[in-house]
Design a protein around this ligand. Sequence first.
Ligand code: ADP
Length: 630
Amino acid sequence: MDIAQPNRPGTFRRNRVTAAAFGLLVAWLIAAFPGPAAKAAAREAQPAVLILDQSAGLPAYQDVIANLRSTIVVEAKRPAAFYTESLDLSRFATPDHSRILDAYLQGKFRNVRIEVIVALGARALDFATTLRRTSGWSNLPVVFALVPEKALKQLELPPNVTGQTIGMSLVNMVVAAKALVPGLKRVALVGDRLESQTFRFPLAEELPAVRSQVEILDLTGLPMRELTARLSSLPDDAAVIYTSLNVDGDGRVFAPGDALTEVARAANRPIVVDAEPHVGRGAAGGFVLHPSLVGQQAGRLAARILGGESAAAIPVGMADVIRPVFDWRQLQKWGVSESSLPAGSEIRFREPSMWEQYRWRVIVVVFAMLLQTALILGLLYEDRRRRSVEASNQALLGELGHVNRIATAGELTASIAHEIRQPLATIVSSGAAGLNWLSAKTPDLEEVRTNLQTIVNAGHRADGVLKNIRAMFRHESPAHVRLSINELIRDVLALTVRRIEAEQIILRVTLKGDPEPAVLGDPIQLQQVLLNLIANAVDAMNTDSTRAHELRIASGVEDGNAIISVEDTGTGIAADKADTIFNAFVTTKPGGMGLGLSICKSIVGSHGGRISIAPGAGRGTVFTVSLPMA
Ligand code: ADP
């Protein structure tokens, strides 16, 4: 802390005589020729506070003074004027200097109504009591601050003086060092020699107590270069205790704060300090004296005296101005946990965490991510649902298709019976013929063989018909294979031709050849499409038996698609119904299910094709199925 200055008597001894003469001259001039400023001051009835700062206006004292003044302004019942004199008593520690100052101040303030003197530091207090004695201010109350307890005892407190002492403590610095370095064994003592420090000289008395706890590496009074070299290679169980370095072993003068910066740059262990302004200059912290608190507490005393209280009636006490303060950055550097610090420690220079720095950005990003996740989950759920609906639709379609095929089977009973009866009749007649040939006198074995062969062929044909029908009405999952459209038409006609003939409908089939159109598809499903279309066409024509009807079935290729068209000359479909007949359960037939066309549309759609209707040539309807070519 810049409070302390070295005790260097005689520094300016060479100029002593000149300075003394000059001071006396100034005092005489001021007394003999009172100027306009002095006259104005004489008229000034305002009470004044004279602040005597023992330093050369060092920053820490300035801090004390600023707080002192602001506290008096707030707390004093009367407005007061302030006069501050930085006496620089450490560097000019001679009786001559005091005499010059004495004369100077008496002259300067002879017309100012000083009501309280505030002395900052033990030397300032000493000077103030002397000044009182030698001037007309013998009864002026004095408030002191920044005086070590021990220094006060040495002063023998004069009357009408009050104030608060400070208790800097070396033992406390070791306590802080232990918090920073667990298992602390040594402390390196850095600064001016303790005995020479105006402020901390009583700390020297604590050395034996400290030595009983840890080893002391006394680095006081070393040249800076040697000091920094020693500090850079301290053992792991050591900490540095920095008091105040004003002059190094080479006589180089430092501002104590700057010296600390150099020390901190070199030290390989944490540094404990005892003054608040040193926290933040490379020290880890410690139990530190707060100049602002010193100023406030002294200001309160001065305000009471300005308010009429007697200084003699206010007992001298110990100022409560020391608090544990630590530098967060240093704690990080040395890996010190906050929990190991003394209770009530203040942590300064804490860098905001990522969370504190980017809180809103993080919240927005996390929110966006959550939203995105929710959307993705929603979409996945929807997709799953759609798939399961599709799957159940597919299953339903399969079921309906099967129902539809079974229903068709009823209509086709006659055709099926005929298809089977034909080979059976062949078998019977060929069997009879064969028997005849065998019962002849000379059996014609060649004829018998021919008839037997016919029987075998007819048996195969009947089997083929049955296989075809079984496949048609079996409930099987779809399998796509390459199949010929013409073949498909022929297979379905084999099943339906009897019914067509029974209704006396002329059948015209035009199949495209060379190459025949082929598609990739499920034969059973596509047969079902064709079956339904033919069944509908026959139904549409058999309602009107007054005239001849024609069913035209054709295969073809158009725009790279395979085409099947089924045209009838039946009732036709009104244009306004054309859109709805593909919907399920739309039927105009008594006992109809209204499923055929909706199943046809689904099957064709699942094969990547389309089904359309148009009026037939003249009358009736044309259904056209278009499927991608294989
Ligand atoms: P269903 O045959 O059980 O009625 P469909 O879905 O196969 O069910 O047919 C729905 C309706 O479409 C039929 O009831 C009929 O009115 C009409 N329809 C279908 N095909 C033809 C056609 N070739 N000529 C006239 N009307 C038709």
